[in-house]
Design a protein around this ligand. Structure first.
Ligand SMILES: [Zn+2]
Length: 281
């Protein structure tokens, strides 16, 4: 809530309190009338009691209670519906949250996106907001006896363009037809502007003993540990083997994306990729 809104809230509150005080003063002036009214009510109550009315009143209360009990399952299912709708709305709102920004071949990096970066000792950089959990994950992985290495992290637009052009040049050298070069390159290197690495929330992590970016990674001790534990630190394997149709990216058992602990837990438990978690697939 903004400071201005808070001020508005306090002003409204003061106004209401003022009205209440004024009403209270008027009530004080009419005290004799209140006493007379109370006496009349007591007389009427006495008549009801004498006529045996207590049983009826109690009966009505019991009936009313029974109706409430009978109605409660409906009310509770109504609550469930509203909870479901609230959680849906929450997910929609979360689409705008920094840790759930969706970047894929159909959703480019938001314009002028410039995360605040924290630089790692090996020169890699990540969005500062996910740095503490990344550091913890790396520390715990090493403490478990493994040897992880972050070989790619934040990339500028220029860096992504250079990688893409390199890939295109290599394809041309290998004899790829010119009209297919761009599409072929995009299968392996994200088209500039559509790489998650440009968010500063994506990392390529490999095992020091096996640094090739291919499916062999999934068998390394580091990947085995990360696949089992990364969600606890808010990271998910972003491009699972069976989700390529949805993510638009081939299986990459080395590319991790920070989504936050809550989302990572839900995605891990339910085997969802980010598109599915956000309901965009
Ligand atoms: Zn990557």
């Amino acid at each position: 809530m903004s400071y201005r809104k808070q001020q508005g809230y306090y002003r409204t509150c003061r106004g209401r309190c003022g009205q209440r005080r004024r009403r209270f003063r008027r009530t004080g002036v009419r005290l004799p009338a209140v006493i007379i009214g109370t006496v009349l009510i007591l007389i009427l109550c006495g008549r009801v009691i004498l006529a045996g009315g207590i049983g009826e009143i109690t009966g009505q209360a019991a009936e009313s209670q029974a109706v409430e009990t009978a109605a409660s399952p409906d009310t509770s299912s109504g609550h469930q519906d509203s909870r479901a709708s609230r959680s849906h709305q929450l997910k929609n709102a979360q689409e705008q949250v920094w840790n759930l920004v969706l970047v894929n071949p159909w959703n480019p990096v938001p314009e002028n996106y410039e995360p605040e970066l924290t630089y790692l000792r090996n020169g890699q950089a990540v969005d500062s907001r996910c740095y503490p959990e990344l550091q913890q994950m790396m520390d715990d992985c090493r403490a478990a006896g493994f040897d992880p290495l972050i070989c790619a992290s934040y990339r500028t637009m220029e860096k992504q363009e250079a990688l893409f052009e390199d890939k295109e040049a290599r394809l041309i050298r290998e004899g790829c037809p010119e009209n297919e070069v761009e599409a072929e390159a995009a299968k392996v290197v994200a088209y500039p502007g559509t790489s998650e690495h440009q968010l500063g929330l994506a990392l390529d992590i490999v095992d020091v003993s096996c640094q090739q970016l291919d499916t062999e990674q999934e068998n390394t001790p580091v990947q085995q540990w990360l696949l089992k534990n990364s969600w606890k630190y808010g990271f998910v394997l972003r491009y699972p083997a069976d989700k390529s149709d949805i993510t638009g990216i081939i299986y990459e058992p080395w590319h991790y994306r920070y989504v936050g602990k809550e989302a990572a837990a839900e995605m891990y438990e339910n085997k969802l990729c980010l598109e599915e978690y956000l309901g965009i697939n």
